[in-house]
Design a protein around this ligand. Structure first.
Ligand SMILES: CCC1=C(C)/C(=C/C2=NC(=C\c3[nH]c(/C=C4\NC(=O)[C@H](C)[C@H]4CC)c(C)c3CCC(=O)O)/C(CCC(=O)O)=C2C)NC1=O
Length: 169
């Protein structure tokens, strides 16, 4: 697992360079967003059950065939497996938000997931939609809580969505 600072230092060390203006700008933006990153992580921590539940309800409203007979989230067991997966995405997104770096998602969440999802017939497109619904909810909550620029919230959710879309064959 890495964070914004260790990733940057690693890249400069690999090529034996001092930290230049680009590096400074990068670090400055990471540290300036630090308080907001922590506020959003705290928001997620305090509201995770509600975020997951409401995002799930919205997803099943948008894609109702998921919870009809033959749908992948049909039956109580699979319904809760789906919400549990959404909870995983949310929790790891909160780690990546604080770290300012997505490696934790690659290492702990996305690795090997395609094989699992493909073998169980879990559809990718609605999974990505579920991730995006959570992102939208959190950005709205953060804006309500006074976070002015919520664009950094996109990073981990869009990273997972992108990786998912790339691996969906
Ligand atoms: C922390 C890293 C991590 C992840 C990400 C993870 C995902 C994960 N999701 C699974 C299943 C599942 N995932 C879903 C999810 C969904 N079905 C849908 O229709 C929706 C689109 C979607 C919810 C948004 C479902 C329904 C299952 C159960 C499938 C089955 O057993 O038939 C499984 C198979 C084993 C199990 O059921 O526990 C894994 C490993 N496990 C992990 O340890």
């Amino acid at each position: 697992m890495r964070d914004a600072v260790t990733t940057l230092i690693r890249n400069y060390d690999l090529t034996g360079r001092y930290l230049d203006r680009d590096a400074m700008a990068n670090l400055k933006s990471y540290f300036e967003s630090g308080t907001d990153r922590i506020s959003v992580a705290a928001l997620i921590n305090a509201n995770s059950p509600v975020i997951v539940k409401e995002a799930g309800l919205q997803l099943f409203e948008e894609v109702p065939e998921l919870i009809r007979p033959g749908g992948n989230a049909y039956t109580t067991r699979r319904y809760s497996a789906c919400l549990r997966d959404m909870d995983y995405y949310l929790r790891y997104a909160s780690y990546a938000l604080v770290a300012g770096d997505p490696t934790v998602l690659d290492e702990r969440v996305l690795q090997g997931l395609r094989e699992t999802y493909n073998s169980l017939g879990v559809p990718i497109a609605p999974t990505v939609r579920g991730i995006q619904i959570m992102k939208e909810k959190i950005k709205a909550m953060a804006a309500d809580a006074g976070v002015e620029d919520t664009s950094f919230v996109d990073e981990p959710f869009d990273h997972m969505s992108r990786e998912f879309s790339e691996i969906s064959v």
